[in-house]
Every structure is written in C-alpha cells, then in structure tokens.
Design a protein around this ligand. Structure first.
Ligand code: ATP
Ligand code: MG
Length: 176
C-alpha cells in the first residue's frame, strides 16, 4: 500500500535559512532512499505565481497553490519540503488543516542577523523604505506559536538542524 507523504514546512523570516536548510534536508532524505520534492517560495512564484504580489490576499493565494501541490505530491507518496516565509498564522493554520501530515519547522533567526545576511539585498531596500510590504521590516511576521520543530540557524549549524528535523519526521507514518 502506498504510504502518504508528509509535508515539512519551513517558515521563517527572509534570509533566516529556509532554502539552505530545505536543500540540505532534501538531499539527506534522498540519500536515505525517500522520494522527496522541494517546493521553494521563489521558484513557485516564478513558475505559477507571476500574477501574484505581496498583499495579504495574494500571499494567501500563493500559499493555497503551494498547499494544493503538496496535496498532489503527498497523496502519491512524495514527501514535500516547503521553504516559504508563510508570515501569517492564518496561512500555517490553512496548511495544517488541509494536509494530512503537516510538520511545521520554525526556522528561527534574530532579525538583526537576517538583516546582516541579507542574501538577496532586499532588507537594504526595505529599510530604505523602497519595499512597501517586506516581511520583517514593513510587513509582519507572526511567529509560530506551536511548531513541531524549532531550529536556530544563528546558533546551530545546518547538519545539526537537518539531523534534528529527520529525527522528528521519522515518526508516525500513516497509510492511505
Ligand atoms: N545554520 C544555518 N542554517 C541555514 N543557513 C545558514 C546557517 N548559517 C548561515 N546560514 C546562511 O544564511 C543564509 C540563509 O539564506 P537562505 O536563502 O537559505 O534564506 P531563506 O530563509 O530561504 O530566505 P528567503 O525567504 O529570502 O528565500 C545563507 O547564506 C546561509 O549560508
Ligand atoms: Mg529562500
């Protein structure tokens, strides 16, 4: 019988380390023989989100599309690693309510460190007032209240965080 895939959702501020952790986790799970797909927020917007901006409504629609893809993949036995900011509690509640096996990973990193990293140079623009709804500066990031896992990317290295996530997700497989 085909085993239902899980969705491992990495949420956190821009530059907190979602993509970096998601890619390392995907590689580690594949090395373990699992069928895994990675959905990255940037790629998703490029592929099927060109019509969406960063209003609350558009961000929510972006999440709905991602959750739909997770449903398709999960029901075919594919574990899906999502790297999307998902800044509002409502979004994570939507994902949790609509996915059979949802594991929320809070990728925690102090805002000051994210600003220091500024991988895409967007914090600089946001701080200068040039991006009207940039998460962490000009738009809210509502911290997850009860994530299954919290990792600290300013304190622990990637390998340790990946190992901790893998320990957590190996539990409670269900059959469909
Ligand atoms: N322990 C760590 N885990 C993850 N990333 C780390 C860690 N330590 C340092 N970094 C660095 O932090 C940066 C995180 O960037 P990354 O693109 O993964 O962030 P992101 O959360 O995907 O941001 P965005 O929301 O803008 O896509 C990378 O340059 C990475 O090398
Ligand atoms: Mg990213």
């Amino acid at each position: 019988m085909l085993q239902q895939g899980q969705t491992i959702w990495l949420t956190g501020l821009p530059s907190s380390g979602k993509t970096t952790t998601a890619l390392a986790l995907t590689a580690a799970l594949r090395a373990n023989g699992q069928t895994v797909e990675c959905l990255d927020g940037d790629e998703l917007r490029r592929a099927i989100g060109k019509d969406l901006g960063f209003s609350r409504e558009d961000r929510m629609e972006n999440i709905r599309r991602a959750v739909y893809l997770c449903q398709l993949l999960n029901r075919n036995g594919v574990t899906t690693i999502v790297a999307m900011i998902a800044p509002y509690t409502e979004m994570r509640e939507y994902a949790r309510a609509n996915l059979k096996q949802y594991v929320e990973v809070f990728v925690q990193c102090p805002l000051e460190e994210c600003i220091r990293r500024d991988v895409k140079g967007l914090y600089k623009l946001a701080v200068a007032g040039e991006i009207p709804s940039f998460t962490g500066i000009s738009d809210v990031y509502e911290q997850p209240e009860s994530p299954e896992i919290t990792i600290r990317t300013d304190l622990s290295d990637i390998e340790i965080n990946v190992a901790n996530i893998m320990k957590e997700i190996s539990i409670s497989p269900i059959e469909v």
